[in-house]
Design a protein around this ligand. Sequence first.
Ligand SMILES: [Zn+2]
Length: 306
Amino acid sequence: MTDNLDIDRSLGFTIAARNARGRLVRLGPVLESIISAHAYPPVIEKLLAEALVLTALLGATLKDDSGQMTLQAQTEGGPIDLLVCDYRGGELRGYIKFDADRLAEMPVDPTLFALFGKGYLAITFDQVATGERYQGIVPLEGANLSDAAESYFAQSEQIPSLIRIGVTRGEHGCVAGGLMLQHLAEGEDGRDRIHTRLDHPEWEHVAILGSTIKIEELAQRDLPLETIVWRLFNEETEVRLLGGASLTKGCRCDVVHIRDVLSKFPVEERASMADETGKIGVDCAFCSRIFAIPVAELENAAETTK
Ligand SMILES: [Zn+2]
C-alpha cells in the first residue's frame, strides 16, 4: 500500500548548531480545490501553486495564530494584473487576475518579467495579537517567485534564506512542495541586523545541503516531510523537529458574514446596490463565486444600533 500520503501539511525544524531554521510544506487536495474554482491555463495554475506554497512557508513564521501574512504581486505591463495569496492560522487562499489574450501570446515557459512586467512583490505580516504590521516590497526579479522571496528576506529582514518550490501535475491533480531554510545569527532577530552576511560559513554549509533537494522530492505525495529533513541533514549533530501543522483552504466569504456587512449600510444605499430582482451581488475573487443576497432579507442593523 502506498496510501500513506503526506500532504496539506507543513513541518518546521531547527539545526541549532548552525543557527538555522527550516520549514517544509506540501500541498495536494487543498491546492487542487483552490485552483479548481477557476479555469486557469497551465502557466497561471503553476504560478498560483508556487505562490501558495510560498505563502504557507512564510505564513508559518508568524508568531501568533490569529496573525495574517499576505503575498501580493503588483504588476506593470505584463499579462498578469494581480496575484494575491494570504495565510491565517493554517488557512490558505489565493487568486490571479490576468489578461487571457495577452497570456496566450507568451512563450511556453515565460520568465517572471514576461508575466509581470516591471512588477513588485509585497509581503505583509499582520500580527493581530500585538497590532504590529510589517511590510516589505521587493522587485519581482529572478527566475521565479522563490528568488524574489529570497531577496525579500535578504533586503527587508536581513535573513539569508534558501527557498525551493516544486510543482507537478499528474494523475492525482496538482501537488506542490516547498523548502525554506534560514540563518539566524545567535540571539538576533533578523530585522535588528545592520547588514546581511550571506557568506557565514555555517550558513553556507546549511545552504549547500539544502540545495541538494530535488523538485520531485518536494512534490512527491507519499514521501514524508520528516524523511526529507533526514535525507538533507542526517549528518548534522542535532536536528530538532518542531512538529507539523495541517493546512486548509479558507476564505471569509460566507453568507452570514456578507449579510452582516451589508446590513450595516443605510437602507437607501442598499436599495441602490440591488439589481432589478432586488438582490445585491457580492463576488469573492478568491473562490470565483457570486453571492446574490436579497435586500428584503437583510436586517436593519444600521437603524437598530442607533
Ligand atoms: Zn471566498
